[in-house]
Design a binder for this molecule. Sequence first.
Ligand SMILES: [Zn+2]
Length: 345
Amino acid sequence: MRRRESICVFGNLASGIWPRRRTFILAMAAVLLLPVEASHAGWLSDLFKGSPKQGKSARQGKPPKHVASPKPATAAKRAASPKRTASPRRQNVKLAALGPVQIGPAAFKPAAARCDPAKFRIVLDVGHTAESEGAISARNVSEFVYNRRLAREIEEKLKAAGFAETRLLLTEGKARRSLVKRVDAANDMRADLLLSIHHDSVPSKFLEAWEFEGKKSRFSDRFSGYSVFVSRINPDFKTSFAFAELIGQEMKAQGLDYAKQYSQAIMGRYQRELLNKETGVYRYDELIVLRKTQMAAVLLEAGSIINRDEELQMNSPERRNIISSGVVAAMRTFCEPRWAMLGPL
Ligand SMILES: [Zn+2]
């Protein structure tokens, strides 16, 4: 059985067009249809699924059973008082750490004059669909399953923290069409902020073979970590970047490392510009959910599920609690009145 090769933020959310000259034509690309690059059909799995029926049941199934299942009640309880360390580091984004994209202090002011948690509309976009499931983990579980579970836990905690207008966005259909649908849905909901939840994989050249529960599987233990992506083309890039920074800071405060390979040449055409070497925020202009949404938008790769050790961690309630609590903490910081004191953009 041929196994699909896939990676998260590349194949499914980006248009995949003109990788080498994208910076010159992004403005035009924003209004075009979403042409794709057939030469990477195996990798761009959701756009060109070679065998959509293969292994469907396994991919759509529950995560590995030897790992404990989530405990929503406990998770929600923890969310009521997420671990906070109100350090100066969190309050002062490290401008000095910024890379080539020089972003001034104004970048860290939210668009809203004041963020009222009770009214602030957060859309949690569950990456991929049941039909186009994204990456396949080292243990043959679809990324969509991971995304949906983590997004639900984040939703639960945000609501418990007072963000009553948080909505989960589950999209159906094949990848290309679903991208348009999810963006349209978020825009129709007039969301204030979109956070797209994903789990990471690697380019196919890094994949290795192994067997899990008697089935041939693929893995790569070479890379691990979370990463956060923003698009310069988003109409509210400054707010997007500010929120991405807060998420990255929270992840780091919890002792998590970000995925550094995206800044390295070995990623080839998938190399990304690292906007902050401290927080792991990358620039990825082409991502459709980031560039075509009318509100601030951030994509979080919560961790790698192609890395065998990290998949186990991503499947653990403890890790998911860290990540979901981090998102809640970032949201709270984002909405604190001190942000409003900075004034409108
Ligand atoms: Zn993904």
